[in-house]
Ligand binder design. Structure first.
Ligand code: SRM
Ligand code: SF4
Length: 597
């Protein structure tokens, strides 16, 4: 039996014991109804702090995979077992094993990497994985196609440049997001520092990762380890934190479980408005699951970030639903119990009383592309990378160009929440040299790209994602070309319109916050959503439950035309759709309200 007590460290007594986990059931104090735990709960409990049989199964060279249970545990170390779905049918016909490999996700708070780290990752991609590096919607790198025998060499290679993949996935606080251009103001630098500090603070304490992949001396079986914040069963589900610096809402703060909106007054960071309960994943046809935008809890001082974060995390640890993984995210805990109850619990645990939220407003989500001067005399370059895929292609040698830049760059790289890259801290001396590399490889064309393209996101989907129902990254170029033709017809080429596509309803490219959102349903079939607010403060709504891309283009052609002719001054495409196109009786989803998607 496991007991989670609330934050004893802060003097909160055992009366706050919320639930008891046995290997069989979860006792909710709300309903007093015992329900069976989800299969992951005993797995975590029995894993000896995330060790399980991982070391033994990775060492077994008789096959390319690991068992289902072990695959659930490797996620906590940033590793997903996948197989090449393009090859599935042929291999099955030939009676062969699936083409298994691992995806590895790096932990990279705020998306910051040094040129030296870049060069090492660039080399590892190809030496021990497939050649591409993939920038994600949470500002980190993914390697795909890592064969079982290459897992340890990859992790050891990253370790040499102080990078790891601990807690990049799994039921823990994931990669923490932060604005990608910190050196441009003192406040931005502080926000980055707070994000990094929270990421470190909320790391699991187990040494399992170091033992398994880095051959550190064994702890398991010796002195018992302590997981003071997580306990032996970690969180009920994944948990995501973002920091944002208005007026840009680049991190889509209202989609995060926990969010910190920086409040800057007279050029000084005075604190944060805290948001809780955002999350986007849902399942088609399951009305119990829905995307939800976060609620604003109130204002705190900068030195209360970790304290409040811990209280939010442990409240979810103790009250989140461990019986149903489709109902286990913080958004459902808050939806079921109410935001006032949640706020009270967080205040009690943290000892912090929230002040009223301070005013803030967002105006954009788009990354700043091209060259920008910073207050410190340096420059940064915002580079557009479609779907975050860094690979050399005929006439498009992105990987080579970035390697050449990393070889001479004296600043750093920042991965953005929109799968793009900022080359930052570029000194005036270095600027012409980096400019020349970009020009030589034809990568300095940000000004020529359409507003739609610069605001497009897609998830990975096929062939690596085991959950994909339809294409996403691979079909994005075609989708963009088709819509760009319609936008050109209507003089809208340079209007910033956000378009997001995913291969399934899990929401990895945050499609429910796109002014145009495509969500894969089946091969070549997508649910089409319209009407999100461009700044990420209102979800979109279902426009067509199932359509092909070509049909969608035809459905949207007259709407885009009307938008060009009838929009009110500075009205975004999402706002226009919400006002004019979507049915008047549909629910309006704004910040803090759930979507009945
Ligand atoms: Fe995601 C699962 C890729 C951001 C919601 N996501 C997956 C997996 C690991 C599939 C799996 O479980 O087997 C995908 C791996 C594909 C592959 O081959 O690489 C995957 N998610 C991604 C990335 C790489 C998309 C991208 O193209 O950039 C993003 C990696 C982020 C990172 O660096 O940590 C990614 N995923 C997101 C986001 C967006 C965000 O966090 O800002 C969401 C929606 C926000 C949210 O969490 O509510 C998201 N991913 C999910 C879900 C649904 C969770 C839910 O609450 O229902 C799953 C499935 C699951 O957890 O069961 C999932
Ligand atoms: Fe895979 Fe679905 Fe996420 Fe796309 S949205 S990467 S298809 S889980």
């Amino acid at each position: 039996m496991f007991l989670h007590s609330c934050n004893a460290k802060k003097g909160i007594a055992q009366r706050n014991i919320i639930y008891k986990i046995t290997s069989l059931q979860f006792m909710s104090t709300a309903t007093q109804e015992p329900k069976p735990l989800s299969a992951n709960e005993p797995l975590k409990a029995d894993s000896r702090h995330l060790r399980g049989q991982i070391a033994e199964e990775l060492a077994d060279t008789s096959n390319g995979a690991v068992t289902e249970g072990t695959g659930q545990l490797t996620k906590f170390h940033g590793l997903y077992l996948q197989d090449d779905r393009d090859l599935r049918v042929a291999l099955k016909k030939a009676g062969k094993e699936k083409a298994f490999s691992f995806m590895l996700r790096v932990r990279l708070p705020g998306g910051k990497a040094t040129p030296h780290q870049w060069l090492v990752l660039d080399k590892l991609a190809g030496d021990v994985s497939s050649p591409s590096l993939r920038l994600t919607t949470r500002q980190t790198f993914q390697f795909h196609g890592v064969l079982k025998g290459n897992v340890k060499p990859l992790i050891k290679g990253m370790h040499k440049v102080l990078l790891d993949s601990i807690a990049a996935c799994g039921d823990v606080n994931r990669n923490v997001m932060a604005p990608p251009n910190p050196e441009c103001s003192a406040a931005a630098q502080q926000v980055y520092d707070h994000a990094k500090a929270w990421s470190e603070f909320a790391l699991p304490k187990t040494r399992a990762y170091h033992e398994i992949y880095l051959d550190e001396e064994l702890v398991a079986g010796g002195e018992p380890e302590n997981e003071p914040m997580y306990g032996d069963t970690y969180l009920p589900r994944k948990f995501k934190t973002g920091f944002v610096l208005p007026p840009s809402n680049d991190v889509d703060i209202f989609s995060q479980d926990l969010g910190y909106i920086a409040i800057v007054e007279h050029g000084k960071l005075v604190g944060y408005n805290v948001t809780v309960g955002g999350g986007l994943g849902m399942s088609h046809g399951n009305a119990e699951t829905f995307p939800r935008l976060a609620d604003v809890l109130g204002f705190i001082a900068p030195d209360q970030v970790n304290n409040v974060g811990e209280a939010v995390l442990t409240t979810q640890r103790d009250f989140g639903d461990r019986t149903n993984r489709k109902h286990a995210r913080l958004k459902y805990t808050i939806q079921d119990r109410g935001i006032e109850w949640f706020k009270g619990e967080v205040e009690k645990r943290s000892g912090v009383t929230f002040a009223p939220a301070r005013p803030f407003s967002f105006s954009t989500i788009q990354d700043p592309f091209g060259w920008h001067a910073c207050a410190d005399g340096n420059w940064f370059y915002g580079l557009h990378i479609l779907s975050g895929r860094i690979v050399d292609k005929e006439g498009w040698p992105m990987k080579t160009a970035l390697r050449e830049i990393a070889e001479i760059h004296t600043g750093d790289f920042r991965l953005t929440p929109s799968q793009n890259l900022t080359i930052s801290g570029v000194t005036p001396d270095m600027k012409p040299r980096i400019e020349a590399i970009l020009a030589k490889h034809g990568l300095d064309k940000e000004n020529e790209r359409s507003g739609l393209r610069l605001n497009a996101l897609s998830c990975v989907a096929l062939p690596t994602c085991g959950l994909a129902l339809a294409e996403s990254e691979r079909i994005l170029p075609e989708v963009l070309e088709k819509f760009e033709a319609v936008l050109d017809e209507n003089g809208l080429r340079h209007d910033a319109i956000s378009i997001r596509i995913t291969g399934c309803p899990n929401g990895c490219a945050r499609p429910y916050l796109g002014e145009i959102g495509f969500v894969g349903k089946a091969p070549s079939k997508y649910a089409l959503y319209l009407g999100a607010r461009y700044d990420g403060t209102r979800l979109n709504r279902l426009f067509s439950p199932s359509t092909t891309i070509d049909n969608a283009v035809e459905m949207l052609r007259p709407i885009i035309k009307r938008y060009a002719l009838e929009r009110s001054e500075s009205e975004g495409f999402g706002d226009f759709c919400d006002r004019v196109v979507l049915p008047a009786d549909a629910t309006f989803h704004s910040v803090g309200t759930p979507a009945a998607a």
